[in-house]
Design a protein around this ligand. Structure first.
Ligand code: NAD
Length: 481
């Protein structure tokens, strides 16, 4: 059994009241460890540790912070094989994906914010004619809370923690209870990198207990949250009356719009990835595929063919393309949408069944599933499924494609396939999305703003947006004449 502990004040400790919950390996459907189900008392202990560390940490030089964050980045890179294995075991994702994406990007998050904090600046405004000069301080907020989901565990956890501590804050962080292992290992890395005790504190447990204690804590002044839209709404209801600063990165139902004038082969290969990478459990996956009528039949045939070549298997097999879904309840939820498709008259073009993988018979495997729908109003096209299920629909005109793309409560990302420049410009402006990818998908530059519109969230992460979120602006006005 691999049991884990909370990381508070640089030490690994059991929860004060001693509650534990099971941690599953989804690829074999078995419990392989236990994690603390931390209570208000543990969160308070973590808060006190962060509070004690704040004065000193917020006064470290930017070079000192840069060096420590860079060291963390290097250590993540050094421990990549071990971290990737831990992520694959905890989450069910292919080991090859964890090695290529999750862990390198977790390292990049620390390296990026190590550098970014040395370049971050604030503004000055001279009040000409009034004899006054204004300058804006950007001060760390104090103790902040970071709460992350299970789909990209270390990647999204570090995406919040790195800018928070780079900006001089101290952190109480909670990873998803479904995938806690790499967050636990991050504590070891932070100690080895020389991060002062208490700057980062990691409490494990359920959202409704541990997470709730973080968002309700009166002195945790900002919450950076990534997760489901319903949880985000609950956090907003709880934290807004306490005047906490909030960054909410929530669900998506992203359109992938394919025009006949695109580079077909590149589009086809990328669409397979944007549909099914990480078993479709990436908030940015394009789960609603809209294809121009003139190439619809061809696309349908080619897409089904390519998807049928994907290998579903144990995450640790080198040739696995599709691993296990993250948990049994999640598998059940995703499967329920395949039943809904049948009730709604959707036509299953490929997949739709659970898979028994030899040697991992109790794992949570599902075929990549392609469903043809005739209306964007069906539940399949309106609700986030967050699994290996995509829908196909054809469209006739650009106006129709835009209408279909925007006709949903979410607004996280959109993918557009076309070689028409003016169309690209028109649609980029009109799409309801925080991110528009044109002729690519998931290409990330960490300096760019990241986040969604509408029910996909409030605020932006990434680049200086994150450093602005984790600092409080204060204007100082000096009268000199
Ligand atoms: P979730 O909302 O169930 O949980 C996310 C985190 O919030 C977990 O750590 C959970 O323990 C915690 N939590 C739950 N209830 C809480 C409460 N009352 N108070 C405080 N914390 C609480 O989401 P999930 O199932 O882990 O993740 C999947 C969702 O995340 C999907 O909707 C997906 O689209 C979204 N997501 C969004 C982005 C983005 O950048 N927009 C990225 C990844 C995932």
């Amino acid at each position: 059994m691999q049991n884990i502990k909370n990381y508070i004040n640089g030490e690994f400790v059991n929860p004060i009241k001693g509650g534990f919950i099971d941690n599953y390996n989804p690829s074999i459907g078995e419990v392989y460890g236990q994690i603390p189900n931390s209570t208000t008392e543990d969160v308070e202990k973590a808060y006190q540790s962060a509070k004690s560390a704040f004065k000193q940490w917020s006064n470290t030089t930017l070079n000192e912070r840069r060096d420590i964050l860079s060291k963390i980045a290097q250590l993540i890179q050094l421990r990549l094989p071990e971290l990737a294995k831990a992520e694959a075991k905890d989450n069910g994702k292919p080991l090859s994906l964890a090695k290529a994406i999750d862990i390198p990007r977790a390292s990049s998050n620390f390296q990026y914010f190590a550098d970014a904090i040395t370049q971050f600046s604030s503004e000055a405004h001279e009040s000409i004619g009034l004899g006054a000069m204004n300058f804006t301080l950007r001060q760390p907020i104090g103790v902040v809370g970071c709460i992350s989901p299970w789909n990209l565990p270390l990647y999204l956890f570090t995406w919040k923690i790195a800018p928070a501590i780079a900006a001089g804050n101290c952190v109480v962080a909670k990873p998803s209870e479904v995938t806690p292992m790499t967050a636990y290992l991050l504590g070891e890395i932070c100690n080895e990198a020389g991060l002062p005790k208490g700057v980062l504190n990691i409490v494990h447990g359920l959202g409704t207990t541990t997470g709730q204690a973080i968002i309700e804590h009166p002195d945790i002044k900002a919450i950076s949250f990534t997760g489901g839209t319903a949880t985000g709404a609950h956090i907003a209801r709880t934290a807004a009356p306490m005047f906490k600063k909030l960054s909410l990165e929530l669900g998506g139902k992203n359109p992938n719009i394919i025009f006949a004038d695109c580079d077909y082969e590149n589009m086809l290969a990328t669409t397979v990835r944007s549909s099914f990478a990480n078993q479709g459990q990436i908030c940015l996956c394009g789960s609603r595929i809209f294809v121009e009528e003139s190439i619809y039949e061809q696309f349908k045939k080619d897409f089904v063919q390519k998807v049928s070549e994907l290998k579903i298997g144990n995450p640790f097999d080198e040739d696995t393309n599709i691993g296990a879904l993250v948990s049994k309840p999640h598998l059940e939820k995703v499967k329920s949408y395949i039943d809904i498709a049948e009730q709604e008259g959707g036509k299953i073009l490929y997949g739709g069944n659970t898979v028994t993988v030899e040697g991992s018979e109790n794992g949570y495997y599902l075929e990549p599933t392609i469903i043809e729908v005739s209306s964007n109003q069906c539940r399949l096209n309106q609700e986030e499924i967050f699994g290996p299920v995509v829908t196909l629909m054809s469209f006739k005109t650009e106006e129709e494609a835009l209408q279909l793309a925007n006709d949903v409560v979410y607004g996280l990302s959109s993918t557009l396939w076309t070689n028409n420049l003016t169309r690209t410009m028109r649609l980029s402006k009109e799409l309801h999305a925080g991110i528009v990818w044109v002729n690519t998908w998931l290409l990330r530059d960490l300096r760019t703003p990241f986040g969604g519109q509408k029910a996909s969230g409030v605020g932006r992460e990434g680049g200086f947006e994150a450093l602005r979120f984790f600092t409080e602006p204060k204007n100082v006005c000096i009268k000199y004449e």
